[in-house]
Design a protein around this ligand. Structure first.
Ligand SMILES: *Cc1c(COP(=O)(O)O)cnc(C)c1O
Length: 390
């Protein structure tokens, strides 16, 4: 046997938790011959609406959260040329979607404790050209939606919530994604509910959601389900220049069963989170703040801060050492102005958003998948303690 066979298996960061139910549903979908947008997408939309406690006409399934963000900004009627205030501590898709909508991103720094966009920084970033605020519920922790909605109300701004980490998140008893004009969810493979690739739009206005649906399928007034059903051929009309952002039944087949286990998987991640908190309490690591009272944290990411002076190891060396211990980790995120494209296009430098810069240079996300066994979690703990002097 090769020597590698004695190594422990590699713990894949963000590994999905897939059951027989999804596998059987995908097979049934394939056997049905209906792979594209059809009855399983419709069912997934109804189930998701019930989960977020909104009407079925307030949701639209799409093929990614990036698509959801883009189409939401178009459907909200935000005129190209306006500015959108967002966080520098996010995935590039948040900012790219703003650019694809013909809008200009303006960054407002995060609160160093919550890692969420700071409402005071939003206020300071508002100009006469500001049209919208795009908060990200980072790691599953809800943003201060009371303050953000008050600022939006005062200045007449739209609010698009990036809920990619926040399928389970609530702020004062209300689901994240239902405060703003739109909430945009991700079902990417590492997210809390996955369809492989996929996304969902939740909108306050049924008319805006109906427009988002038209835009997500070429701008056609009738979708393919109606066109190719048994009701006879129906002409479709193109009423706008739309996009190709629809979700397939094959994707919804996975999502239906993932969503049915959303609560069970959340409880498992919360348990892992608490286990890490307890196991790392005596280490010189920065640990995530506890969830704020009267909120529900989505527990999507468990992020620790590696300050080289305190921990005796640099962040990137820590990442390499975890990899050598066959444990996959993540970085969420290098701040947006660290990337050359945005620096060149906007002249941004990371120092202008110092909290996001420091967090992005120190942060490491540890495995938090519900697919992790107790023994896997103990392996992660032992590796971390071995590196930062436990
Ligand atoms: C994953 C992610 C996205 C993009 O989601 P996709 O479904 O992959 O398009 C957007 N914003 C944040 C904060 C994310 O983590």
């Amino acid at each position: 046997m090769p020597a590698e066979s004695t190594q422990p298996p590699f713990l894949v960061f963000g590994a999905p938790q897939v059951d027989e139910a999804e596998i059987d549903e995908v097979v049934a979908c394939l056997r049905s011959g209906w792979l594209g947008t059809g009855p399983r997408v419709a069912q997934f939309e109804r189930d998701f609406a019930a989960w977020r406690r909104v009407q079925p006409a307030q949701v639209a399934a799409v093929n990614s959260c990036t698509a959801a963000l883009h189409v939401s900004m178009v459907a909200a009627g935000i005129e190209p040329g306006g500015e959108v205030v967002t966080t520098p501590l996010t995935f590039c898709a948040t900012v790219n979607a703003i650019l694809h909508a013909g809008l200009t991103p303006v960054l407002a720094d995060v609160d160093p404790h919550t890692q969420n966009i700071d409402p005071d920084a939003i206020e300071a970033a508002i100009t006469p050209r500001t049209r919208a605020i795009l908060p990200v519920h980072f790691a599953g922790r809800p943003c201060a939606m009371d303050r953000i909605m008050a600022i939006a109300g005062k200045h007449g701004l739209a609010v698009i919530e990036d809920c990619a980490h926040a399928v389970e998140t609530e702020f004062r008893g209300r689901p994240a994604g239902t405060f703003g004009d739109f909430g945009c969810y991700s079902f990417y493979v590492t997210k809390n509910v996955t369809t492989g690739e996929g996304g969902m739009i939740v909108g306050r206005s049924e008319a805006h959601v109906a427009r988002a649906k038209v835009l997500a399928l070429h701008g056609m007034s009738k979708d393919a389900w109606h066109r190719f059903g048994d009701a006879g051929y129906r002409h479709y009309q193109v009423v706008e220049c739309g996009f190709k952002y629809n979700m397939m039944d094959l994707q919804a087949a996975i999502g239906l069963h993932q969503l049915a286990r959303v609560e069970e998987n959340w409880r498992r991640r919360r348990w892992l989170w608490q286990r890490y908190d307890e196991a790392f309490a005596d280490l010189p690591l920065g640990l995530p703040e506890p969830p704020e009272p009267d909120t529900r944290h989505g527990h999507h990411l468990y992020t620790v801060m590696i300050d080289e002076d305190r921990c005796g190891i640099a962040r990137d060396a820590f990442l390499d050492a975890m990899n050598a211990a066959r444990i996959g980790t993540g970085v969420h995120y290098l701040s947006i102005p660290e990337h050359p494209y945005y620096r060149q296009r906007f002249g941004w430098t990371p120092e202008r958003w110092p909290h996001a810069m420091r967090l992005g240079r120190q942060t490491v996300s540890l495995p938090l998948s519900p697919a992790l066994s107790d023994a896997d979690a103990e392996r992660v703990i032992a590796a971390v303690r071995g590196l930062v002097g436990g």
